[in-house]
Design a protein around this ligand. Structure first.
Ligand code: 3PG
Ligand code: MG
Length: 401
């Protein structure tokens, strides 16, 4: 666990507090498609407002590349944010720096909340430009970062501004870091990691870090095909990365040296068509037909994973085990996730999940609320799994000027 100040360590009454959040939410036809990221920053904003802070909220949205793009305005987020805050008015400010933003911040009364326009409308944000960070710092007396999911970016609002104002982690950042710390930094053993998804190539660094830290590593999804293929298993028409055979061998050898068991499929679900309700069957890995596509793990493999979960005290999960978007290829993901949820509910397992498709996969399995902690972060969760120092977290550890 790293050392940083939390909201408990700052006096906020009557002070202007710049709060970096991640309102980069999925939108559907102009409306918020999933409110999870909004809901998760409510405790911090609510607490600051209650304690009499003048709350100035800043976020990025999309990738407008340093200039105003109307379709990426944060304007449409003001009302949903206000609703999430129980009807507390949220005043939208049409720029995030400069005269208008400074006047808006100065005009706030204790408890008021303002939402600034998209930080990435200015090139200085992603460039981590000192002058842009100065301009942000002029809006506030204190800085709070509640955007773990943006902490892998060394941008002005996540790093440079923290050098200019006394800083603290918000409640969501605090919860993320505490949950992740319990899962990998000081975990109860045995620790099991479940890693799925399509490509080994995007997760080489994740696998390399995990084998040094966990007792058992389950590899699922199409990633497993690459490992099977490297071992001489014929994977038919399945998605796999033949060029990564060498990496697969190296990871397996390093895992053995580190005393980490790698759990690979012994049976798989194959189909000849990739569509909903397609005819499919479970076969041993030695019997994948030449025109067959592996789209899920088989029941025997699921039972082995469930047994391994049963014998573990801590779980870190990233990525689906099969093509979970299409039934019935969500079965292995759902079965194993439900077992993890049940063990968590029984107090036998601490379960932490996150990254990209993972939240959607766990939601599909109906267990999102049943894990100990599910991170809202995508890329940041992966970089944390790689064992990297996240710039936004490192900046908080310094605590300010
Ligand atoms: C995310 O959605 O993963 C974060 O908001 C970071 O967004 P970015 O990948 O555009 O930096
Ligand atoms: Mg991303």
């Amino acid at each position: 666990m790293t050392a940083f100040r939390t909201l408990d360590g700052i006096e906020v009454a009557g002070k202007r507090v710049l709060v970096r959040v991640d309102l980069n939410v999925p939108m559907r036809e102009g409306a918020v498609g999933d409110t999870t990221r909004i809901d998760r920053v409510v405790p911090t904003l609510h607490e600051l407002s209650e304690r009499g802070a003048k709350v100035v909220v800043a976020s990025h949205f999309g990738r407008p590349k340093g200039k105003p793009v109307p379709a990426m305005s944060l304007g449409p987020l003001a009302e949903p944010l206000s609703q999430a805050l129980g009807g507390l008015p949220v005043r939208f400010v049409s720029d995030c720096v400069g005269g208008e933003a400074e006047a808006a911040a100065a005009a706030l009364a204790p408890g008021d909340v303002a939402l600034l326009e998209n930080l990435r409308f200015h090139a200085g944000e992603e460039a981590n430009d000192p002058a842009f960070a100065d301009a942000l710092a002029r809006l506030a007396d204190l800085y709070v970062n509640d955007a773990f999911s943006a902490a892998h970016r060394a941008h002005a609002s996540t790093t440079a501004v923290a050098e200019r104002l006394p800083s603290a982690a918000g409640r969501l950042m605090q919860a993320e870091l505490q949950a992740l710390g319990k899962a990998l930094q000081a975990p109860e053993r045995p620790v099991i990691a479940v890693v799925g998804g399509a490509k080994v190539s995007t997760k080489l660094a994740v696998l390399a870090n995990l084998i040094r830290r966990v007792d058992c590593l389950v590899i699922g999804g199409a990633m497993a095909n690459t490992f099977l293929h490297a071992r001489g298993v014929a994977v038919g028409a399945s998605l796999h990365e033949p060029d990564l055979a060498g990496d697969a061998h190296r990871i397996a050898a390093e895992a053995e040296d580190a005393g980490c068991e790698i759990l690979l499929p012994t049976d798989v679900v194959v189909t000849r068509e990739f569509r909903e309700g397609a005819e499919s069957e479970a076969v041993p890995i030695a019997a994948v037909p030449a025109d067959g596509m592996i789209l899920d793990l088989g029941p025997e493999t699921c039972a082995r994973i469930e047994a391994a979960l049963n014998g573990s005290r801590t779980l870190v999960w990233n990525g689906p085990l099969g093509a979970f978007e299409i039934e019935p290829f969500d079965r292995a993901t759902a079965t194993c996730a439900r077992t993890a949820a049940r063990l968590t509910g029984a107090g036998a397992l601490l379960s932490v999940a996150g990254g990209g498709d993972t939240v959607a996969a766990l939601q599909g399995a109906g267990v999102l609320g049943a894990f100990s902690y599910v991170s809202t972060a995508g890329g940041a969760f992966l970089e944390w799994l790689e064992g990297r120092t996240l710039p936004g977290v490192a900046a908080l550890e310094a605590g300010g000027p």
